[in-house]
Write a protein that binds this ligand. Sequence first.
Ligand code: FES
Ligand code: FES
Length: 182
Amino acid sequence: MKELFSNFIGDFLAFANFKKITMKQSVKFKLNGQSVSLDVHGEESLLTLIRVYLDQTGTKYGCGIGECGACTVLINSEAIRSCMIFAEDLDGADILTIEGLSQNGELHPLQKAFITHDALQCGYCTSGMIMNAYGLLMQNPAPTREEIIVGMDANLCRCGAYNRIVDAIQTASKEMNKKVKL
Ligand code: FES
Ligand code: FES
């Protein structure tokens, strides 16, 4: 009888887990200033929502396990790896991706500086680098070179454009302090 009961509980928990995995739920958030409402699986990542559901492919899938930074976006003004955020935690969030950075058709100073300094080679890491840099400059608008290196340390570039990336962020920071309100 005891064994029967424990089998029943096991089956019930497995079923409950199955329901949790398969049932969709509604999430509402802002993406680049636009209200978004989606029916998604709670355990799907923000990266999947952005790229697959919303077809905004500027945010890249690198490792999928929070190690490379290619998928970095801003959530409520903080640079976050979107592959590590569950859909069920997004209700009410304000999300900014690389697509939302330019204003009135003009590239953001960070985007311009990456071009000017040739701070990309294949470009796969670039949107994550720029969004992480943007988050860094929101926290610290005039970082030293060393502070930029520390702040960007966990974003990986397989092409090794690190020095030019740091140069670009320094240039953008000066430009933003001149005329752009963060
Ligand atoms: S894809 Fe998210 S950290 Fe690598
Ligand atoms: S420019 Fe190729 S990975 Fe960074």
